[in-house]
Design a protein around this ligand. Sequence first.
Ligand SMILES: Nc1nc2c(ncn2[C@@H]2O[C@H](COP(=O)(O)OP(=O)(O)OP(=O)(O)O)[C@@H](O)[C@H]2O)c(=O)[nH]1
Ligand SMILES: [Mg+2]
Length: 231
Amino acid sequence: MINNPIIKVIIPALNEENAIGKVIEELPGGMLAEVVVVDNGSQDQTFQKAIDKGATAIREPRRGYGQACLTGIKHVSEQEPKPDILVFIDGDHSDFPENIIDLVNPIIRGEADMVIGSRALGNKEDGSMTFPQIFGNWLATTLLRLFYGAKFTDLGPFRAIRYESLMQLGMIDTNYGWTVEMQLKAAKYKLRYIEIPVDYRRRIGFSKISGTISGTIMAGYKIIWTIIRYL
Ligand SMILES: Nc1nc2c(ncn2[C@@H]2O[C@H](COP(=O)(O)OP(=O)(O)OP(=O)(O)O)[C@@H](O)[C@H]2O)c(=O)[nH]1
Ligand SMILES: [Mg+2]
């Protein structure tokens, strides 16, 4: 049981000016010590919108989903006191920010070190995930089970992890391998992890990864490569 947990949220965001405000607004602010939006070189109003909604906005010009997450972690690790729990959520409003409570509760209760929001177990709005994305997540989690004995059903971006556990993992991936790296290392380092079902809806704004052919190929390649490199 963690008493009065310090919970911080990291939101990687690239050109999400129409979504980022809603994501921040719908977070249960009362239970959060800080919301950090890492603006990954947006050319729109993402940075300003994040500030307007009371978030900490930081700029990270080096592109990549993982890079944005790493920069967010660096930011919180330079603050005192250190957080107990970090939550990652996308900035495109595909996830339901209010579900954060379900993600952090098992950690607060001391029952888990990491909680993954699984879209495979939850309800997906039609068109919120592409077929290659659903297949890719199935394939990746099947390989994780075969090679690492890890039981996951999704590489969902919406997740919570104990800060100390995350530090132990020594995350390094700067782009598409980020989610799978965290999960396979969690299995390797024997973290206590669970999945909970989360719902998923169509994003606001333009797709950058799964809705594009190049994004899908690059992500698939990087995810498979990451699974192999840690064997
Ligand atoms: N693609 C991409 N996304 C980034 C980057 N940095 C931050 N992001 C954010 O990471 C989150 C996930 O990216 P998305 O484009 O939603 O990827 P996805 O959910 O696989 O696919 P779509 O929602 O269909 O685009 C969003 O909040 C992006 O704004 C980056 O360098 N590249
Ligand atoms: Mg998305």
